[in-house]
Design a protein around this ligand. Structure first.
Ligand SMILES: Cc1cc2nc3c(=O)[nH]c(=O)nc-3n(C[C@H](O)[C@H](O)[C@H](O)COP(=O)(O)OP(=O)(O)OC[C@H]3O[C@@H](n4cnc5c(N)ncnc54)[C@H](O)[C@@H]3O)c2cc1C
Ligand SMILES: NC(=O)c1ccc[n+]([C@@H]2O[C@H](COP(=O)([O-])OP(=O)(O)OC[C@H]3O[C@@H](n4cnc5c(N)ncnc54)[C@H](O)[C@@H]3O)[C@@H](O)[C@H]2O)c1
Length: 570
């Protein structure tokens, strides 16, 4: 194995903790320096490995013939553009963003390669969505089996539900391996070349793979290099008692008492897991309320159901300014300061601390300076079509950035959708992704989901643009299926324009909220108005009737309601 040292310089005043779980990212543990050295190793010795099973013949593809002739003569002055190309499309990073783009590119007939410096699947598959959902599946079952009151009301008796920590950890790890295999095989089967090594952009349409001179050219390049945990300055991560999600997902321990710094998605999902497995949790949140990113009404309800009745306490409006791992028989020490005044507030002594304070883009060492691109807090600046913008504000020809690395929306399906959107563009069809139609979900028990604007955001927009905003709500308590499951605790909230029936946002808290949101997100994506969707029929009894009722309860002005779409004869 060849280790390729890459000197990274960071503009952060914080620490970036690289994925510790993976020996391939050979890195020092977190430091508080403003720059850090990181070693990134190739999986295979140079030259880089071609792992595709078969190649489609792309050379006669009509698009290839035309677009190669039309290579922009306006390329920037950073190196010269190649005259012919190894690939139509080269994607740096084989996470879900890169994978989604690659599959769509093959469908469009592009000769495609992905460059991956670690393992296929990136954060989502190896250190994110996939293993966390495996742990949350266990959390859900444990909650049910330990909820005597709930079980009794259904007439069920269970005694002594327990778990085997290592077996739970294995479930998460095995699932990640399985999905990683599926992703790899799907690309290989379609003829996508998987080039192993760290990708560095040398100039327009040119990428070096690994540390030696393996240079690959491509007509279009997509940066899809993702993100790593963001660890604020002053926090020392040791990977054992002070951990990030990368470590927590391995479930090496279930601490008796764990502080979770940050009550966003990661904090909330892990509080669900840890409390189900028996830990006591203390949240430390910098803003004045828990779950500050969600619609305030939903956060309030979530706090009532997911926080207050559980073994959780919290400190809001405080920063964890210094965290020292447990050592020499002392517990983990967390110094709290007031988020506004910066005055010392308290010191917590806990068994462990999970740092869930957001994620930092992984864009160091990418060679962005070679194409005159300056990152913004590490994020690659892009326009609404994911085209990379250089330091002068001009678009860099043939270069795109998708997923966590551009920071538009740090979600797996957003990364993939952005990749598909780019492929549409490079194959001649203009496409702009509507990020307000992309749903998000937090997989707690019960789940939280959302799409579009929160109520405060919608009201602010309405005020600026001069339209009224209305809100409709329905409760899960009135839903037959939810009641049959004895899961009536839930709310769906619709934020809309009463003048024209436009859906501005939908927020759901309740059983299977993550699955229910898609009716709303599809409606926003397709521009469907409330006066149309309210006539859509839902099977009875299903949870989807919560949304049916929600749309029906909205009060759209008569004029707009009269313009119902023409019926389609069958
Ligand atoms: C604990 C956790 C749970 C999450 N749960 C969810 C969820 O339930 N749903 C959801 O939608 N999102 C979830 N996310 C977010 C989701 O994982 C990310 O939004 C998503 O992985 C971003 O995809 P990406 O393709 O942009 O980047 P990544 O998945 O990070 O992939 C980037 C890839 O690029 C590689 N790479 C980086 N630099 C180079 C280089 N120079 N050369 C070669 N290769 C390189 C990396 O090794 C990596 O494989 C979760 C995240 C975490 C941490
Ligand atoms: N189910 C999902 O889709 C899912 C699950 C996990 C993660 N993710 C993605 O991963 C990303 C990262 O998640 P996350 O939960 O780490 O970030 P987040 O941005 O959702 O939440 C971070 C929280 O930490 C708080 N915070 C920041 N610094 C602090 C400090 N020093 N002291 C106390 N509080 C502090 C912030 O106010 C915020 O509430 C998210 O953007 C999300 O999109 C998604």
């Amino acid at each position: 194995m060849t280790l390729s040292p890459i000197s990274l310089s960071s503009s952060y005043t914080t620490t970036i903790s690289q994925p510790h779980h993976c020996s391939l990212f050979n890195t020092t543990t977190s430091t508080t320096a403003t720059s850090l050295n990181l070693k990134f190793c190739s999986l295979k010795p140079e030259p880089f490995a071609f792992t595709s099973l078969r190649h489609r013949s792309h050379h006669n593809h009509p698009f290839r013939r035309t677009h190669f002739n039309a290579i922009s003569s306006a390329l920037s002055n950073n190196g010269t553009a190649p005259k012919s190309f190894d690939y139509d499309l080269l994607i740096i990073g084989a996470g879900v963003g890169g994978h989604g783009a690659a599959l769509h590119a093959v469908e469009k007939g592009l000769k495609t390669a992905v460059v991956e410096g670690d393992v296929v699947g990136g954060t989502c598959v190896n250190r994110g969505c996939v293993p966390s959902k495996a742990l949350l599946a266990v959390s859900g079952r444990m909650r049910e089996l330990r909820n005597d009151h709930h079980l009794k009301s259904l007439g069920i008796q269970v005694s002594n539900a327990g778990y085997d920590r290592q077996a739970v950890a294995d479930h998460a790890n095995n699932l990640a391996s399985k999905i990683r295999g599926n992703l790899t095989n799907s690309m290989k089967a379609l003829g996508v070349d998987i080039l192993t090594g760290f990708g560095t952009i040398l100039g327009p349409q040119k990428v070096k793979i690994g540390s030696s001179n393996n240079i690959v050219t491509a007509k279009d390049i997509i940066i899809a290099t993702g993100s790593v945990p963001f660890v604020p300055k002053g926090i020392e991560v040791d990977g054992k008692t002070v951990i990030t999600s990368d470590h927590a997902l391995k479930l090496e321990t279930v601490p008796d008492w764990i502080a979770i710094v940050g009550s966003g998605y990661i904090g909330l999902e892990f509080s669900d897991v840890y409390t189900a497995l028996g830990s006591e949790v203390t949240f430390v949140e910098a803003l004045d309320q828990l779950m500050p990113g969600f619609d305030p009404e939903i956060s309030k309800l979530a706090q009532r159901v997911l926080i207050n009745p559980r073994n959780i306490d919290y400190h809001t409006g405080v920063f964890a300014s210094k965290i020292t791992p447990a050592r020499d028989g002392k517990p983990v020490l967390i110094e709290l300061i007031d988020a506004k005044t910066k005055e010392q507030k308290d010191t917590l002594e806990v068994d462990a601390a999970l740092i869930a304070t957001g994620r930092a883009p992984f864009t160091q060492g990418l060679g962005l300076e070679n194409i005159d691109v300056t990152t913004q807090r590490g994020f690659v600046p892009v326009d609404e079509r994911m085209r990379v913008i250089d330091a002068n504000g001009s678009l860099v020809p043939h270069l795109y950035c998708i997923g966590d690395a551009n920071g538009k929306m740090m979600l797996a399906h957003a990364a993939s959708a952005q990749g598909i959107s780019v492929v549409e563009q490079v194959t001649g069809r203009d496409h702009v992704l509507n990020h307000l139609s992309i749903p998000a979900a937090c997989f707690t028990h019960p789940e939280i989901s959302m799409v579009g604007l929160t109520e405060p955001q919608a009201r602010e927009k309405g005020e600026k643009e001069g339209f009224d905003v209305s809100v409709a709500k329905t409760s899960f308590k009135a839903n037959t299926k939810a009641l049959a499951e004895n899961e009536g605790e839930g709310l769906a909230k619709l934020i809309y324009r009463p003048d024209n029936g436009e859906i501005l946002g939908v927020h759901i808290f309740g059983l299977h909220a993550a699955d229910l949101i898609h009716e709303a997100s599809n409606a926003i994506a397709l521009g469907t108005r409330i006066q149309d969707i309210k006539f859509a029929v839902h099977a009875h009894p299903t949870l989807s009737e919560v949304l049916d009722e929600l749309f029906k309860s909205a009060k759209v002005k008569a004029q707009a309601s009269d313009q119902v779409k023409e019926p389609v004869a069958v």
